[in-house]
Each structure stands twice: as structure tokens, then as C-alpha cells.
Design a protein around this ligand. Structure first.
Ligand code: PHE
Length: 346
């Protein structure tokens, strides 16, 4: 082995390495070439092992050639590496192509449940007449839900309200919002104009017009000299605001233990406007709520002197109002949470 041999071997190594680098299909292959050629146990090292057999004067010349070869291979590696990196990136971008101009998927916004919307609409109307919304409690005692409303324990009127009881003796889920009348009278002095919306519960088999859980909106007005005419005028105004101006309304005799006299309040049929149709049972009228003058006994239970104060109360089902207004035929739609129904109220 002499200087010429070594120089030739180094040059051959350079050519082989540069060809391999140029042909490397990916960065992993480049890594392998780098280790094989330039690594501690690589080909360049083994060629240089022959350097010991040369005369000392020749050695630096071989060292210089070796450095040039190493530099050329390193430069080729770096060059190829950056070329591969950008084409690999390009391939990846192509593979994971993303159209950033595609319109986004819209986020669904929540909306108020139609029962809540109906209550808000009712409250909005009565607020214009000076009524203030109060919230009473869903778990009531027998005293307030029944007895103070003039419904004694064995009174046959209890059959009107099939009751769900809770574990605490003497307590129940309110069957109507009317006990709120007592709570308001106990909490404040007249003049009272209170609106009490809330959830009610009855032990009832569910059908198109009955639920075991539903809302009511109760109204209570108490002042000196309040009359049935005030009630009639107020409810008539309410019906115009809710169902449209010019709608005929009427009072019919009704019965509730806690009002005397008691009435049912009807509005002309919203479907046929009077002559009678299947929607109104051919009567031409639709009943929208129950009402009456607060019974003197109830005023007394509320802590008020019936000689001095009179009042009226009314109670309505917001779902029923909404059904009449929007021509909805089944109360169960309000409980089913079917988006096809709910979306119509968005
Ligand atoms: N509480 C009665 C019901 O549940 C409705 C009502 C309220 C009637 C107030 C008269 C006065 O049917």
C-alpha cells in the first residue's frame, strides 16, 4: 500500500458515498449511510488505517485528502438531507391536505323550552298591569296546598287534585300553584299584585291533555275594593294581548273551594272563531283558565281581614295556552324533548 493506492481508495470511497447519498430515498437511509461511511467503525476509518504503513512524509498528504473526502461527503449528506426533508414535508402536506376555507360546522345554541317561553310571555303581559313575579315552593305541606285553601282533609274536592306525597309526613308535591297565594299573603301586605309561575305535580295518568308534571301560572290581586269586574277586565285584556285584539271572551260559572264565586274564563275558538268545530268541541269557545274572588276564609288564612280586603285569583296552564295559540294537539310534546318539536320554538 503506497500513497497512490490510498489516494485512489479514498477517491473511490468518495464516489461511492456520493452516489449512495444521491440515491437515498429517505432520511433514514441517509442516517445509515452516514454511520457506514463516516462513523467510528465506518469505511473512511478503515481506509485510513493504511496510513500507518506510509512513510511519515506522505502521511499529512493523505490526511489532507481524507479531510477533503470527509468534507465532500458531509456536504452532500447535508444537501440531500435538506432536499429530502422538504420533499417529505411536501408529501405529508399533500397527504394531510386541509381546506382551511371550508365553512365551519355551526355550533348549536340552546334555546328556551316552549313551556318557559309561554310563561315568560304570560308574565310579560301581566307585568304591564303591575304584577310582580314571585316564586313559591314545589314541596308544600298539606296545610298550605289544601287546608288553607279551604279544602279540609276529607273534602270531596280533594278528588280534583290527585296528589303525589313525599316521605316527610304532611308534605307533598304541590298539585297547583294556588298555595303560593297563601305564601304571598303571609309575606306581604296589600296592595298585592303577584304572579306565581311554577311546576306542579299530580298523580295522573298521562294523555294528550294531562301530564303528571306541568307548569301553572297563578295570579293574585288583593286590595281594598277589588271586584269581579276588575278580574274580568284584566283577563279580557290578557286574552287580547295573548291571542290577538278583538277576541271575544266570556265568564262561565265554575267551582273551586278557594274562590267564591268561581269562574271559568273562555276565549272564542281560535280555530273556527265561533260557529263551532272539532277543536272546540263544537261549542265555539275554548277554556283558558280558572279564576274567582278569593274566598274570605283564604284571606283569613293569609292573615288578612276579609271585611277590609277583597281579592281575585286565577290559575292557568302555560302549556295549554301555548297549545291553543299554536294549534298543538298533544301536551306530551312538551315533555318528550323531541328536537323536531322544540326547534319550532327557537
Ligand atoms: N288552582 C286551580 C287549579 O289547579 C286553578 C285556580 C287558581 C282557580 C286560582 C281559581 C283561582 O285548577
Amino acid at each position: 500500500m503506497d500513497l497512490a493506492d490510498l489516494t485512489r481508495d479514498l477517491d473511490a470511497l468518495r464516489l461511492r458515498a456520493l452516489a449512495a447519498v444521491a440515491a437515498a430515498p429517505d432520511t433514514a437511509t441517509l442516517e445509515a449511510i452516514e454511520v457506514d461511511v463516516l462513523g467510528k467503525k465506518g469505511e473512511l476509518t478503515s481506509v485510513l488505517r493504511g496510513i500507518g504503513a506510509l512513510p511519515p512524509d506522505d502521511r499529512p498528504r493523505v490526511g489532507a485528502v481524507a479531510n477533503t473526502v470527509r468534507g465532500a461527503i458531509e456536504a452532500a449528506l447535508a444537501d440531500r438531507r435538506s432536499g429530502l426533508a422538504s420533499s417529505e414535508l411536501a408529501a405529508r402536506l399533500e397527504r394531510e391536505r386541509l381546506d382551511v376555507t371550508t365553512p365551519g360546522r355551526p355550533l348549536r345554541h340552546g334555546s328556551l323550552h316552549p313551556s318557559i317561553q309561554a310563561m315568560a310571555e304570560i308574565a310579560g303581559i301581566f307585568e304591564q298591569f303591575g304584577f310582580v313575579v314571585h316564586e313559591s315552593q314545589e314541596i308544600e305541606d298539606d296545610l298550605t296546598n289544601f287546608q288553607m285553601l279551604n279544602i279540609p282533609p276529607d273534602h270531596p274536592a280533594r278528588d280534583l287534585w290527585d296528589t303525589l306525597y313525599v316521605d316527610v309526613p304532611g308534605h307533598l308535591l304541590r298539585t297547583h300553584t294556588s298555595p303560593g297565594q297563601i305564601r304571598v299573603m303571609q309575606a306581604m301586605r296589600p296592595p298585592i299584585r303577584a304572579l306565581l309561575p311554577g311546576r306542579c305535580f299530580r298523580y295522573e295518568s298521562v294523555d294528550a291533555s294531562h301530564g303528571f308534571e306541568f307548569f301553572q301560572v297563578e295570579g293574585l290581586m288583593v286590595d281594598e275594593g277589588t271586584t269581579l269586574a276588575d278580574l274580568k277586565g284584566l283577563l279580557d285584556q290578557f286574552a287580547q294581548a295573548m291571542f290577538g285584539t278583538g277576541k271575544k271572551t266570556r265568564f262561565r260559572p265554575g267551582y273551586y273551594p278557594f274562590t267564591e264565586p268561581s269562574v271559568a274564563f273562555d276565549v272564542e275558538c281560535l280555530v273556527c272563531g265561533g260557529p263551532g268545530c272539532p277543536a272546540c268541541g263544537r261549542s265555539g269557545w275554548m277554556t283558558i283558565l280558572g279564576a274567582g274572588m278569593v274566598h274570605p276564609v283564604v284571606l283569613q288564612y293569609g292573615g288578612l281581614d276579609p271585611e277590609r280586603y277583597q281579592g281575585f285569583a286565577f290559575g292557568m296552564g302555560p302549556e295549554r295556552i301555548s297549545m291553543l295559540k299554536h294549534g298543538i294537539s298533544d301536551l306530551r310534546l312538551f315533555m318528550d324533548n323531541d328536537l323536531r318539536f322544540l326547534d319550532q320554538f327557537r
